[in-house]
Design a protein around this ligand. Structure first.
Ligand code: ADP
Ligand code: MG
Length: 785
C-alpha cells in the first residue's frame, strides 16, 4: 500500500539538505472524514514545516484536538521513517492505556501494519515497525544503552503537561541528545506535545533549551461549555454525582455524560446504582459479562494441585470463603438513604431514553476500555464513569454533559520517611477547566461541578504539582548515575526535585551498595554507581527489587524471587479479603509472611490452569496475574543474559530451606525497613523502626498481624487514620542482623566481653562480639565474627 514519491526540498533552511519524500496513504473514507473534523488537520502544513526547520517543536492544543493520533501520521506522511529520513518515529505516553489504544487507532487510521507499541512487558515491535508507541519508561531505559537514540529519527513526547517523572527526565535528557545528534549530522527531531497547560515550564526554561523552541498552537475547536456549581459542597460526592446523573437523565435532552470520580470502588458503586435505577439498558451482553466478574458468589475454595503448607493436620480440606463484595455495605447505605430524597426517587422512567453506564479506569482490561469508544448510539444515553484518565489522556467522543466531583486520588510520598499514602484531594483549577472542556467537543455542553465556587476560589490550587515532587526517585537517580550524570541537582529538569528527595534516594542506594562515595567535589563527596548498581539498572523494577533478584540468583531461589518481585511491581493482587487457604498456618511458611501469600496465590492459580474464573473466585485480579507472568518472563530474559537462569513453567512450592534463603535475602534488601517489637500483646503490638519516630503497627491485612513476631521486615509504611502501618511483611531472625547487615551495626571490641574462647567444635578461637543495630541502637546478642 505504500507508495513513495520523491519531491524536491523546499530549500528554506540550510540545516535541511535532504529532499523530503512524501508517503501517500490510502485511508478508509469514513476515517478520513472523521479526521477532517479534527482541528489539528488544519495545522498539518505548519507543523511539518516547523519540524523541518527546527529540531525541537512544542505543540499545544486542547485535549481531543487530534495531537496524539494525528501528529505521528503527519510525520510518517512527511517521510519520517522512509528511506529519505530513516529511523523510527517514537511516541511516548505516560500511561500504558494510551500507548496501546492509540497504537491500535493509528494503525487503523493509517491502514498499514507498521505501527507497534511497547510497554514494560509486552509489545509487538518488529523490524518493519515505523511508528512505535511506548510508555515514557520504555524510552528512558533505551537511553541507558543508547544515549543518542540512534534508532529514532523523531521522538514525540506526548502528554507533557501530565508532568510524569519519566517524561520530565526524558525532556531533560533529550535536550542534551538533540544537539549531539545535530553535531553528528544525523538530526533527531523532538516534539513535545501538551494540552493547554503551563507550557512555559518547557519553553521559557533556559537551562533546558538555550533558545526557546517554537510553539504551534492547534487552536481548539471548542464549543461553549456552561459551568454550573453546586451551592453546597457535600461530603459524599459519589451520591451527589448519582443524584445529578439521575436528574440530568430525566430532564435534559439527549447527550452522553462523563462523570469524574476517583477510584474503582466508587466507580463500581456508581455504575451499580445507575444500573439498578435505569435497568433498561442493563440487558446488554457486555454488561452481564461485566457484572458476572464483579459479583463473586460464595464458592468453596480449594488448593488441590498447589499446597505449599506441609502441616495439613489443622487445615480443613475445603474452606468456605465469605465473599463480601467490598463496597456492598456502601451500596446498602446509599439505597436506604436515597428514598429520603424526593429528587432521586428511583421511579421507573418511562418515555425517556434508556441509559448505558460504563466504567473507565486504567486497571480495566483493554477490550473493556475500548467499549466506551464503540458504544455511542442514538438509542440510549451513554454514561461513562471514569477516573481522571478521561481528563486528558483519553478522549471519549460526543460528550455533552460532564459531572465533576472535583476530586482525584493521588499517592503522596514523604521524602523524609519514604512513607506513602493514598489520598483523595481536590483537583487544581487547571484540571477542573480541563474536565469541563470535555463537554464541549462536539457541540455546546454543560459541566456540573459538585462543589461550590467558594471551594474553587479558596481551596483549590491553581496547578497540579508535577509528579517529580511527589514520588520516590531512587530508580531515576540510579539511572542517571549510570549515565554519568553525577550531580543530579545540576540536571536540566523542567522542575527540579527537592534536595531531600535526592538525598533520600542516594542514601537508600548507598545502603543497598548500588552507589558508593566517589571523588569529592566542592567538599561534598559525589556518589558513583557500583558494579552491582550497573547490573541493577537493566532490570525494569525498583533498585531494591533488582538487587533482590541478583541475590536470589546466587542463592538459587530465582523462581520465587522472580514471582515476588513481579507481583510487588504490578500493584494490587487481591480484589477482596485474602482467602484462608492462601494464608500460611505455621512454621517456615508463616515466617515468610505476606511474601508467602503472594507465592501461594500465584502458584495455586498457575496450577489450576491460570484461568479467569478461578482468579475471580479467589479474589485475585486477573489482569495483575497476567502482568506478573509477563513481567516475570521479561525479568528472567534479562537475568539470563549474564546468569544461568531459566524460567520454570510452573512455580513449585518452596522447601523450608528455600524459604529461609528468601527471608535472608529479603533481610539484606530491606535492612533499612526492620521493625522491632517494643510492646503489646498480639493485636496491640507496636514496633519501633528507624524510619519514623513513632511506633508503628502491622497492617491488619498482613498474615503476621497479631502473631507477636519479635523482628519483622516490611516493604512500605502507610499512614492511616489509626496510625502508621507496615505493609507486606516477613519475619526476621535476630542473629541475622549482625551477620547479614554488619554495616548497620556497631560491634564491641573483639577482646571485650565476652572474652575470646576456644571452641571445641571448630577448633578455633572464637571472638564473640555484641553489637547495637541501626540508629535506634537495638542491642543484639553476641555472635562470632
Ligand atoms: P489529543 O491527543 O489532542 O487529545 P487524540 O488524537 O487523542 O487527541 O484524539 C483525536 C480524536 O480521535 C478524538 O475525537 C478521539 O475521540 C478519537 N480517538 C482517539 N483514540 C481513539 C480510539 N482508540 N478509538 C476511536 N477513536 C479514538
Ligand atoms: Mg493526546
Amino acid at each position: 500500500k505504500l507508495s513513495v514519491q520523491k519531491q524536491p526540498a523546499k530549500g528554506k533552511e540550510k540545516n535541511e539538505r535532504k529532499p523530503v519524500s512524501y508517503v501517500s496513504i490510502e485511508r478508509d473514507a469514513e476515517i478520513q472524514e472523521a479526521r477532517l473534523q479534527l482541528p489539528i488537520l488544519g495545522e498539518e502544513q505548519v507543523i511539518v514545516e516547523k519540524i523541518t526547520e527546527h529540531d525541537i517543536v512544542v505543540i499545544v492544543g486542547a485535549t481531543g484536538s487530534g495531537k496524539t493520533t494525528q501528529v505521528p501520521q503527519f510525520l510518517f506522511e512527511a517521510g519520517y521513517g522512509s528511506d529519505a529520513i530513516p529511523g523510527l518515529i517514537g511516541v511516548t505516553e505516560p500511561r500504558r492505556v494510551a500507548a496501546i489504544t492509540t497504537c491500535q487507532r493509528v494503525k487503523k487510521e493509517l491502514n498499514i501494519p507498521n505501527v507497534s507499541y511497547q510497554i514494560r512487558y509486552e509489545g509487538d515491535v518488529t523490524e518493519d515497525t515505523k511508528i512505535k508507541f511506548m510508555t515514557d519508561g520504555v524510552l528512558l531505559r533505551e537511553l541507558q544503552s543508547d544515549f543518542l537514540l540512534s534508532k529514532y529519527c523523531v521522538v514525540v513526547i506526548d502528554e507533557a503537561h501530565e508532568r510524569s517523572v519519566n517524561t520530565d527526565i526524558l525532556i531533560g535528557m533529550l535536550s542534551r541528545v538533540v544537539p549531539l545528534r545535530r553535531k553528528q549530522n544525523r538530526p533527531l527531531k523532538l516534539i513535545i506535545m501538551s494540552a493547554t497547560l503551563r507550557v512555559t515550564d518547557f519553553t521559557q526554561n533556559s537551562t533546558l533549551f538555550a533558545t526557546p523552541p517554537p510553539v504551534v498552537d492547534v487552536g481548539a475547536r471548542q464549543h461553549p461549555v456552561t459551568v454550573h456549581h453546586n451551592k453546597e459542597t457535600r461530603e459524599d460526592y459519589v451520591r451527589e454525582a448519582y443524584k445529578k446523573v439521575c436528574k440530568l437523565h430525566r430532564t435534559l435532552p439527549p447527550g452522553d455524560v462523563l462523570v469524574f470520580l476517583t477510584g474503582v470502588q466508587e466507580i463500581n458503586r456508581m455504575i451499580h446504582l445507575l444500573r439498578k435505577t435505569f435497568p433498561e439498558k442493563a440487558a446488554d451482553e457486555g454488561d452481564k459479562e461485566a457484572e458476572k466478574t464483579e459479583d463473586i458468589s460464595a464458592k468453596p475454595v480449594q488448593l488441590d494441585k498447589y499446597d505449599p503448607y506441609e502441616n495439613k493436620d489443622d487445615s480443613p480440606t475445603e474452606v468456605i470463603v465469605q465473599a463480601a463484595a467490598p463496597d456492598q455495605t456502601d451500596t446498602k447505605e446509599q439505597e436506604s438513604s436515597e428514598s429520603e430524597d424526593e429528587d432521586i426517587q428511583p421511579t421507573p422512567h418511562d418515555r425517556s431514553l434508556p441509559l448505558l453506564a460504563l466504567p473507565l479506569y486504567s486497571a480495566l482490561p483493554p477490550d473493556q476500555q475500548q467499549r466506551v469508544f464503540n458504544s455511542q448510539s442514538d438509542d440510549y444515553r451513554l454514561v461513562v464513569v471514569a477516573t481522571n484518565v478521561a481528563e486528558t489522556s483519553l478522549t471519549i467522543p460526543g460528550i455533552t454533559y460532564v459531572v465533576d466531583s472535583g476530586k482525584v486520588k493521588t499517592k503522596e510520598y514523604c521524602p523524609v520517611t519514604g512513607m506513602s499514602q493514598f489520598r483523595v484531594v481536590w483537583v487544581s483549577h487547571a484540571s477542573a477547566e480541563q474536565r469541563a472542556g470535555r463537554a464541549g467537543r462536539t457541540g455546546p455542553g454543560h459541566c456540573y461541578r459538585l462543589y461550590s465556587t467558594a471551594v474553587m476560589g479558596n481551596v483549590m490550587e491553581k496547578h497540579t504539582e508535577p509528579e517529580i515532587s511527589k514520588k520516590p526517585i531512587d530508580g531515576l537517580v540510579l539511572q542517571m548515575k549510570n549515565l554519568n550524570i553525577h550531580r543530579i541537582l545540576n540536571f536540566p529538569f523542567p522542575t527540579p526535585p527537592s534536595l531531600s528527595l535526592i538525598e533520600t534516594a542516594e542514601k537508600e542506594l548507598q545502603f543497598l551498595d548500588l552507589l558508593k562515595p566517589g571523588q569529592t567535589v566542592n567538599n561534598t563527596p559525589v556518589n558513583k554507581i557500583t558494579d552491582l548498581g550497573k547490573q541493577c539498572v537493566h532490570l525494569p523494577v525498583s533498585p531494591r527489587f533488582a538487587k533482590l533478584l541478583l541475590l536470589a540468583v546466587e542463592q538459587n531461589v530465582t523462581q520465587f524471587a522472580l514471582t515476588l518481585v513481579a507481583a510487588l511491581s504490578v500493584g494490587h493482587l487481591f480484589t477482596g479479603p485474602i482467602p484462608a487457604p492462601f494464608k500460611p498456618r505455621a512454621g517456615h511458611a508463616r515466617l515468610l509472611g505476606d511474601f508467602m501469600v503472594i507465592l501461594t496465590a500465584v502458584g495455586a492459580w498457575e496450577h489450576s490452569g491460570a484461568g479467569q474464573p478461578w482468579s475471580a473466585a479467589h479474589h485475585l485480579r486477573y489482569r495483575a496475574l497476567i502482568e506478573i507472568r509477563q513481567l516475570r518472563r521479561q525479568l528472567a530474559n534479562i537475568l539470563a543474559q549474564n546468569h544461568s537462569v531459566t524460567l520454570e513453567p510452573l512455580l513449585k512450592p518452596p522447601t523450608p530451606g528455600q524459604i529461609t534463603s528468601l527471608r535472608r535475602i529479603l533481610t539484606v534488601c530491606l535492612g533499612d525497613h526492620i521493625g522491632k517489637l517494643e510492646e503489646g500483646t498480639g493485636s496491640t503490638d507496636l514496633y519501633s523502626t528507624e524510619v519514623v519516630e513513632e511506633n508503628v503497627q502491622l497492617h491488619r491485612e498482613s498474615v503476621l498481624y497479631g502473631l507477636h513476631t519479635e523482628y519483622v521486615g516490611f516493604c512500605s509504611l502507610e499512614q492511616e487514620s489509626t496510625g502508621v502501618k507496615m505493609r507486606v511483611v516477613f519475619g526476621v531472625e535476630e542473629e541475622w542482623l549482625p551477620t547479614l547487615l554488619p554495616n548497620k551495626c556497631t560491634f564491641s571490641d573483639p577482646l571485650d566481653q565476652p572474652p575470646p574462647a576456644y571452641s571445641n567444635v571448630s577448633g578455633e578461637v572464637m571472638c564473640h562480639r555484641t553489637s547495637t543495630f541501626g540508629v535506634r541502637s537495638w542491642v543484639l546478642p553476641a555472635v562470632n565474627l
